[in-house]
Design a protein around this ligand. Structure first.
Ligand code: BES
Ligand code: ZN
Ligand code: ZN
Length: 496
């Protein structure tokens, strides 16, 4: 994690280790301050641009080693692609490529020249570029082998406008909380148990001045959280139900409940999963991690909202005391669900959690869950699935996703889907076949929120990167959703 980011005047001293220079495709001649830099570089930049070896295509990079008396030691050219095709995702990807290259070549500090191309509308350009840049430095490793040097210091060469400073600060913050989510998701299940996740929540609460209440096994039994308890039964690890509360009891613009699925490991239970890719199921708590980190970040941003983060945390194991297919569970509300697959456990724990959320009488409930394999088939690994009962909130969320470069797409949550989850011997069943199974899972959740406006986000496709191919990803957790949710909450807070 880059710990120091400072803004400095856009002036070149010749002492810079490396200057990162973002350029649009088709901008052949350096102008303004870049021209000055080019002179110091004995025209290395303009000549390179003319040579055709660097076209400034999106994400393209070229490292120029200069070692001239008054020039930076290195200049890293970064392509942003065509100006008119600019979008936040591309910006982040370009920032990520530059950053990965610096990491590969073991640079410890760098100057990012933002004055010319990133400074106009900083929130749309500088912010995503910097976010991608910071995220690309992320590494996760549990062991003693020496890791590649990370950049420690970034000096941003830009003007001192408010918009620049705020884009810079926000990108740094988003990257920080995104990496916190990644850390939690990447932590193996023998480290990150439900109890440990609760401890992490308590730490966040302490650092951010939040209220934190953790319910353990006994309390959950007393409260009759039947679904959470059933899923937890097969594991030696006891369940926790985490409640992180920001602005508790304060009068704010709105009260929001954020609910996150936290299955610290999903074996599938008795309906056990095949072994291939099963290790990814250590990340089946990504929704919960996202909720905890976002509540903390919202507190850091002092958003004028009351936010209640609710995270049911369990491990889904096929132990001797495990719940079985065919069992009928009595949930927190008293409604019953027949278990057809113990692998459809997320919707079970969320039924309890959403019903509990509704008791806070919030203006709005939103949940995040690595809920269905089907959403990966439908939308792939870059776009989350969104369903819900409040179209205005959904529209706001989709808009926030587009701006954040963390896209989401709405699927129809038609009433007919509720028919298919009606049970034969109980109120509901937890599986009704493969057809539309992202939507039927959501439909079951919808039965437990009551009348509160609600949006569900299925992040089973986006929480993980198998290849680490996107420049600002590394293999494993992506931290998807932090920027998206913060933008969404900001827009709720600003609502007229
Ligand atoms: N945690 C999984 C969903 C998942 C799949 C998350 C792939 C991330 C990547 C969930 O609990 C699950 O197992 N869902 C099953 C349900 C089915 C058996 C009814 C699914 O979607 O395949
Ligand atoms: Zn499962
Ligand atoms: Zn699961």
């Amino acid at each position: 994690m880059i710990s120091r980011i400072v803004r400095v005047k856009a002036e070149f001293t010749g002492k810079e280790e490396v200057v990162v220079l973002p350029l649009y495709e088709g901008d052949k001649k350096p102008t303004g301050l870049v021209k000055k830099l080019d002179v110091l570089c004995h025209s290395a930049i303009s000549k390179t641009l003319k040579s055709g070896h660097f076209k400034a295509e999106a994400g393209e990079t070229l490292l120029l080693g200069l070692h001239l008396p008054r020039a930076p030691d290195y200049v890293l050219l970064v392509g942003l692609g065509k100006r008119e095709k600019m979008d936040p995702e591309r910006m982040a990807a370009a920032g990520g490529s530059a950053s990965k290259l610096l990491k590969k070549h073991r640079f410890g500090s760098c100057h990012l020249f933002a004055s010319d191309v990133l400074e106009e509308s900083p929130d749309e350009r500088l912010h995503p570029f910097l976010k991608g840049f910071l995220l690309a430095q992320y590494t996760f490793f549990l062991g003693e082998r020496k890791q590649p040097t990370e950049l420690k210091k970034l000096a941003l060469m830009a003007g001192s406008s408010k918009a620049v400073s705020s884009a810079m600060r926000r990108a740094h913050m988003v990257a920080e909380y995104n990496q916190k989510v990644r850390d939690l998701v990447n932590l193996p299940a023998n480290f990150l148990t439900p109890a440990r996740l609760a401890t992490e929540a308590q730490k966040l609460a302490k650092d951010h001045g939040l209220q934190c209440r953790v319910l353990g096994l006994r309390e959950l039994q007393k409260m009759k959280m039947g679904a959470v308890l059933s899923v937890a039964r097969g594991s030696k690890e006891e369940p926790r139900f985490i409640n992180l509360h920001y602005n508790k009891g304060k009068s704010t613009r709105a009260r929001v409940c954020l609910v996150g699925k936290a299955v610290t490991f999903d074996t599938g239970g008795i309906s056990i999963k095949p072994w291939q890719h099963m290790e990814e199921m250590k990340g089946d708590m990504a929704g919960g991690a996202l909720v905890l980190c976002v509540v903390a970040a919202a507190a850091r941003m002092k958003l004028p909202l009351e936010i209640i983060g609710l995270v049911p945390a369990v491990e889904n194991m096929p132990g001797g005391n495990a719940f079985r297919p065919g069992d009928v569970i009595t949930t927190y509300t008293g409604k019953t669900i027949e278990v057809l697959s113990t692998d459809a456990e997320g919707r079970l724990i969320l039924s309890d959690a959403l019903a509990y959320a509704a008791e806070f009488k919030p203006d709005f409930i939103m949940d995040f869950a690595t809920l269905t394999g089907a959403v990966v088939i439908a939308l792939g690994t870059r776009i989350a699935g969104v369903m819900g009962t409040s179209q205005p909130h959904i529209d706001r969320l989709l808009e926030a996703g587009a701006v954040a470069g963390e896209p989401a797409w709405q699927l129809p949550l038609d009433k007919k889907f509720s028919e298919s989850i009606k049970g034969d011997i109980s109120d509901y069943k937890n599986y009704s076949g493969r057809d539309g199974s992202t939507i039927t899972a959501a439909a079951l959740l919808g039965e437990f929120v009551g009348k509160t406006p609600w949006v569900h986000v299925d992040i089973a496709g986006t929480f993980w990167s198998e290849t680490g191919k996107v420049s600002y990803h590394s293999k494993g957790a992506t931290g998807y959703g932090v920027d998206l949710v913060l933008r969404f909450l900001q827009s709720l807070a600003n609502k007229k």
